[in-house]
Design a protein around this ligand. Structure first.
Ligand SMILES: O=C(O)c1[nH]c(=O)[nH]c(=O)c1I
Length: 308
């Protein structure tokens, strides 16, 4: 079976990545992913200019049907990750970056442009957990202005990480902005921002930052993730590929993401819960579904969701 995908001419022999933030903060974790046969490529934890400790713990909590997190962008800083992705790796790498401001974003991309890194970069426009910092991708004019400034100097392959949208007009608006730029891909969705879990027994929230508010992931966000992959596939230029992220727990979920138009699929919460073996299970389950349907490659059904 051909389970490959391509972004900007870079061949991902296997469709699976990690969701940025999960199992990707240290070089050891990144090596674990790269060395796993059922992983096709990796995304780094979003890097900021300087190293960050992030928010106070507890800042991640696993639920029956997913997760809630308010990590606060803990990472070892830009230099740590550019040094890692600059090395030659057997599989494609995506360097994720997240400034604490638009100016930071520009500075980070200037540094990447000046470096000899030739791989993919992903600008995270959707971190919901940096206190006081709004999610840029909910500001359409701000996103357009930022991307105009960036593409004036940035000539390397660039994609963006998007938050979920919940209104068809918002899909139209963000697609109208993104279609103006030579983006290699969009990665959708980031966590569903600012959910709240209440533990009834203790009558308390379960994470410390932001009074318990945090980004939602896992099975509970699958339907929102599929909607965002599908809506953006229907609206974005074909040249902008989609990395489907959000809610993947089974091979059927992976199949659904591809049917909605995803080129590649990321696993976040379920990787956190299950470990690297999740990729073997998902590969087995996806392969069985494809074989039952007589499909030999992802392109046999990618984007071919039927309506009724
Ligand atoms: O809190 C985080 O570090 C975080 N958490 C998320 O769920 N998405 C993000 O983009 C980020 I930068």
């Amino acid at each position: 079976l051909d389970l490959s995908g391509q972004i900007n001419g870079q061949q991902f022999e296997h469709l699976f990545l990690n969701a940025s933030g999960v199992h990707c903060q240290s070089t050891t974790e990144l090596d674990d992913l790269l060395n796993h046969p059922a992983v096709g490529g990796i995304v780094t934890k979003s890097a900021t200019l300087e190293k960050r400790d992030g928010n106070p713990a507890p800042r991640y909590y696993e639920l029956a049907d997913g997760s809630i997190n308010s990590m606060g962008l803990p990472n070892f800083g830009y230099d740590y990750y550019i040094d890692y992705v600059k090395q030659s790796h057997a599989k494609p790498t995506i360097l994720s970056v997240a400034g604490l401001s638009a100016a930071d974003d520009v500075q980070l991309l200037h540094q990447i442009q000046a470096s000899d890194y030739a791989g993919l970069t992903e600008l995270n426009l959707s971190c919901p957990n940096v206190i006081g910092k709004p999610q840029m991708a909910y500001d359409y004019a701000g996103t357009e202005a930022l991307l105009k400034e960036i593409f004036a100097f940035f000539k390397k392959p660039l994609g963006v990480k998007l938050p979920p949208y919940f209104d068809l007009v918002h899909f139209d608006q963000i697609a109208a902005v993104l279609n103006q730029f030579p983006l290699t891909h969009v990665n959708t969705i980031n966590s569903v921002g600012n959910g709240l879990w209440v533990d009834v027994a203790s009558e308390s929230v379960v994470i410390k930052p932001k009074g318990g508010f945090g980004g939602l992931g896992g099975r509970m966000v699958l339907l929102t993730a599929l909607a965002n992959v599908r809506a953006l596939r229907q609206r974005l230029n074909d040249s902008i590929k989609i990395i489907g992220t959000g809610g993947v727990k089974t091979g059927a979920d992976v199949f659904a993401h591809i049917l909605c138009g995803a080129e590649l699929v990321s696993v976040g919460t379920q990787l956190q819960v299950e470990g690297l073996s999740v990729y073997d299970r998902l590969t087995t389950e996806l392969s069985r579904i494809m074989a039952d349907k007589g499909y030999h490659s992802l392109s046999d059904f990618r984007g071919k969701l039927k309506t009724i």
